[in-house]
Design a binder for this molecule. Structure first.
Ligand SMILES: Cc1ncc(COP(=O)(O)O)c(C=O)c1O
Length: 433
């Protein structure tokens, strides 16, 4: 099926028009927009056996192993040796950290711009999130990373935000020099690559999220990818109460270490299996739509775009663009809102979930149960820390989510309206006094 027929097929359905409304309100990288018969078929395979769990029940499941099949598809699609599915992207990060031996008192250097899940995972293993500035890649700055290294640093965790990536060569060099672990939070960048390798497969381990608004979705789910057998074996046990998975009788399995339940279900994996087979289609539509929208903004000399490191290939799930000043950016956001075209564009600088300025719960160490003293002291220190470099970038940045179901007409309308708003604001604000 061609990209165009995919689009028209789904545009015709009432189901999809409901999603179009939905999507305008979400931070989406939207595999869910093209949900259809393929997903239903995979889910029905599972429903027919009635075995909804990924482990055991070898006889009644009649050869249906959706989670195992999806793990194999992930290794083949993204080019890593091992993949362990989990219940979410957040639990994938927690699992990866545990499997990499990151724990109490260890410092993990991560960016000031991400989703809260990144620091939640660090805290969940008893480690300390050390937040540092980003650069115009919208990901962690290697310069800031170097400056933050202490004898307690154990890991550098770049977060490949909004479809593109950190300067991975620079980060790898720092890791080698200081004997640090590189863990990629690639939850938002499924399908992007750096120097020919898929994001998430370049560090010691990497993670994807398959939640409902990611490039491919399982409804909820995630994965740890790695090329290290021991990291994989540990992730496999950790996500299933420490089971060693060596026999066919779950009750007789041994538990070499303490684990948790971060399992994915067969139903969720079934959806992901149908989605991963459509990934190339999703990416080609995303790239086409991103390029078409970008062409409207490129005509305005005052607009610049997010920097993609040399050798990087953006998944194009977002178009992230900058204006020259915070004042102009705020005026553009306000005018887009007034004209009813802000939906689908995100001003992260004031977003509750994605930028340090709004994470008071983190900076005040508000938790339901006690943190360790070391963690608490480190979090309270964040309250006194400023991020002027990140502020100067994020206050000028708007990211526009790219939909898979836009028609050429809709892109034209959106592009023209956005460009007109920017021109209007520039004209008003840059008039000589
Ligand atoms: C950068 C990043 N990391 C981790 C996660 C967590 O993924 P999940 O929602 O599957 O737990 C997300 C989810 O949006 C994310 O954007």
């Amino acid at each position: 099926m061609t990209d165009e027929s995919f689009i028209s097929l789904f545009l015709e359905s009432a189901f999809n028009s409901r999603l179009l409304t939905f999507n305008s309100k979400l931070t989406s990288m939207p595999g869910f927009e093209l949900f259809g018969d393929e997903e239903r078929k995979e889910v029905n395979d599972v429903l027919e056996t009635g075995i909804l769990m990924r482990y055991g029940f070898d006889g009644p499941r009649k050869g249906v192993w959706k989670a195992k099949e999806l793990e194999t598809a992930i290794t083949e699609t993204f080019g890593c040796q091992y993949a362990q599915l989990t219940s979410s992207g957040t639990s994938a990060l927690t699992t990866a950290m545990a499997a990499l031996g990151i724990g109490a008192g260890d410092e993990v250097i991560m960016p000031s711009f991400t989703f809260v899940a990144s620091f939640e995972a660090v805290l969940s293993v008893g480690a300390i999130p050390v937040l540092v500035d980003i650069d115009e890649t919208l990901t962690v700055s290697p310069v800031a990373v170097r400056a933050a290294i202490t004898p307690k640093t154990k890991c550098i965790m770049p977060v490949h935000m909004c479809g593109s990536m950190a300067d991975l060569d620079a980060l790898k060099e720092i890791c080698t020099e200081h004997k640090l672990i590189l863990l990629e939070d690639a939850c938002q960048s499924i399908g992007a690559s750096y120097k020919g390798k898929s994001l998430g497969t370049i560090g010691d381990a990497g993670t994807f999220s398959f939640d409902f608004v990611k490039t491919i979705t399982c409804a909820e789910g995630g994965v740890v990818m790695t090329n290290h057998k021991d990291v994989y074996t540990k992730s496999d046990g950790y996500t299933d109460h420490g089971h060693d998975h060596l026999g066919v009788d779950r009750g007789a399995d041994l538990h070499p270490f303490i684990g948790y339940n971060f399992r994915i279900s067969e139903l969720h994996a079934a959806v992901g299996l149908a989605q991963i087979r459509k990934l190339d289609t999703f990416l080609s539509i995303q790239k086409k739509n991103n390029k078409a929208l970008r062409a409207y903004l490129e005509q305005i000399p005052e607009v610049s775009f997010r920097v993609v490191p040399e050798g990087g290939e953006d998944s194009c799930s977002f178009l992230s663009w900058f204006l020259p000043t915070e004042e102009l950016t705020k005026a553009v956001v306000a005018e887009m809102k007034t004209q009813g075209i802000l939906a689908g564009s995100f001003y992260w600088f004031v977003n509750n979930w994605h930028y340090i300025s709004k994470w008071d719960h983190l900076k005040e160490a508000v938790t339901l149960s006690a943190l360790s003293d070391t963690q608490k002291i480190a979090l309270l220190k964040l309250k006194e820390t400023s991020f002027p470099v990140s502020d100067a970038i994020m206050s000028r940045c708007i990211s526009t989510a790219i939909s898979l179901v836009w028609t050429d007409e809709q892109i034209k309308e959106k592009g023209e309206k956005m460009a007109a708003v920017i021109q209007k604001v520039l004209h008003t604000h840059l008039q000589p006094a």
